[in-house]
Design a protein around this ligand. Structure first.
Ligand code: PHB
Length: 399
């Protein structure tokens, strides 16, 4: 870990040269323009089109809010955002990440939403040593076998959010469950997280139905579920897909007959679009609209004021990505070359998150509380704490 980031920081370089700013200035990259510090360049690789569009927007909005609350400067340097649409398409991830790092010469990459895109980004960030903050994508590998000193996540691992749901169902005597999910990394790992908390304690998974991402043709799955009549159905869908699934579920007459559950993405940022079909849906997540923390109340009010709509978990994760970058840059006075010191500060950062206090695991993934929530009048309300300080197993991380 040391060798990669042992490069001498710009501030230290200046100090060592001692003799004069002019000599030092010529030795510095051009972007450190004379007469003022260059801007910190932050590149986002997030979905600004497709089924995950509202997730990408929410993350970007809230991260910009965190920067605005810092007075538009981090560690004394202004910020420049370079935004690229990932389209949530994994095959494009490598080229777009290389564009941000190679051509745009960003100091930080922030993204993505989609686990498949995360795999491509993380591979390059590891090789290049570029600071990477993941504000959503849960790919277990990012803080597992792909973990690296320069990669941090402010969201969750896919294993985490659905894991507490197994216990919730078993405590209510619901033992026979069907799983239905987008059949890519996130859906599969979410299903596994649920099963790990369900099957060893007596739960039966009767059937798993995979739907190719980002398809939303759910009819045959719903027909099959109706004929199986399980106690509950655990699903992983988000964004536009979650809107469609929840509406189709109600239209198929399953609402109120079979319990529909999942990680909270099913109802995050989409309850307005889902309307009455969302009412009563229970999910588990590391956030709920009604969490009674001062930081949550302030955040939600500021977000509404700035953007004219309610905040959601994606915003919280983006806001915390902004706060984490802030903590790193402030610790080194804006000197992005002082990577080892910046990483140390980020590892120990105390972030006043709207979700409540969380800590960074040694694999750089949040250790956090998970709540059972229920949609009431379009609001994801807290029902109870489902699991406290849940940590991802971080299998394969040898950092
Ligand atoms: C993911 O692909 O990791 C992912 C996407 C959307 C979510 C959660 C996870 O809401």
């Amino acid at each position: 870990m040391k060798t990669k980031f042992d490069n001498i920081s710009r501030r230290r370089t200046l100090g060592m040269l001692g003799v004069g700013v002019v000599a030092a200035a010529t030795a510095l990259p051009a972007r450190f323009a004379i007469g003022g510090k260059a801007k910190v360049r932050i590149g986002t690789l997030l979905p600004y089109s497709g089924t995950y569009t509202r997730l990408g927007q929410s993350i970007t909005n809230a991260m910009e809010l965190a920067f605005a609350q810092a007075g538009g400067k981090l560690g004394g340097r202004a910020i420049e955002l370079i935004k690229i649409d990932s389209e949530a398409k994994p095959p494009k991830a490598a080229d777009l990440t290389n564009k941000l790092i190679g051509r745009e010469k960003v100091d930080f990459i922030v993204g993505p939403v989609h686990s498949g895109v995360a795999m491509g980004m993380a591979k390059i960030a590891r090789e290049e040593g570029t600071m990477m903050i993941v504000p959503n994508a849960g790919a277990n590998q990012v803080t597992g076998p792909f973990c690296a000193p320069n990669i941090f996540r402010t969201s969750f691992s896919n294993w985490q959010p659905g894991h507490p749901m197994g216990k919730v169902l078993l405590d209510e005597g619901k033992k026979n469950v069907v799983l239905c999910y987008w059949a890519y990394g996130a859906g599969k790992q979410s299903a596994q997280g649920f099963k790990d908390g369900f099957v060893p304690h007596g739960g039966n998974v009767i059937k798993e139905i995979g739907i190719p991402f980002p398809k939303v043709e759910f009819q045959s799955a719903l027909t099959e579920i109706a004929s199986i009549k399980p106690d509950a159905v655990y699903v992983f869908f988000a964004g536009g897909g979650a809107v469609k699934f929840v509406k189709d579920w109600a239209a198929a007459g399953l609402k109120g007959k079979i319990e529909l559950v999942g990680p909270g993405f099913l109802t995050e940022g989409v309850t307005k679009a889902q309307g009455a079909a969302a009412e009563g849906i229970r999910t588990t997540l590391h956030y709920a609209d009604t969490l009674d923390y001062p930081a949550n109340v302030t955040f939600r009010a500021a977000y509404r004021k700035a953007y004219g709509k309610g905040a959601d978990v994606y915003g919280v994760q983006g806001f915390d990505a902004g706060q984490l970058i802030r903590a790193g840059l402030e610790a080194v006075g804006g000197d992005t070359g002082a990577k080892a010191d910046m990483i140390k500060a980020m590892e120990g950062a105390s972030i006043d998150s709207p979700r409540g206090k969380w800590t960074m695991s040694s694999a750089h993934n949040p250790v956090q509380n998970f709540y059972l929530r229920e949609v009431k009048n379009g609001v994801n309300e807290v029902v109870k704490l489902a699991m406290e300080n849940l940590s991802d197993p971080a299998k394969g991380c040898t950092m």
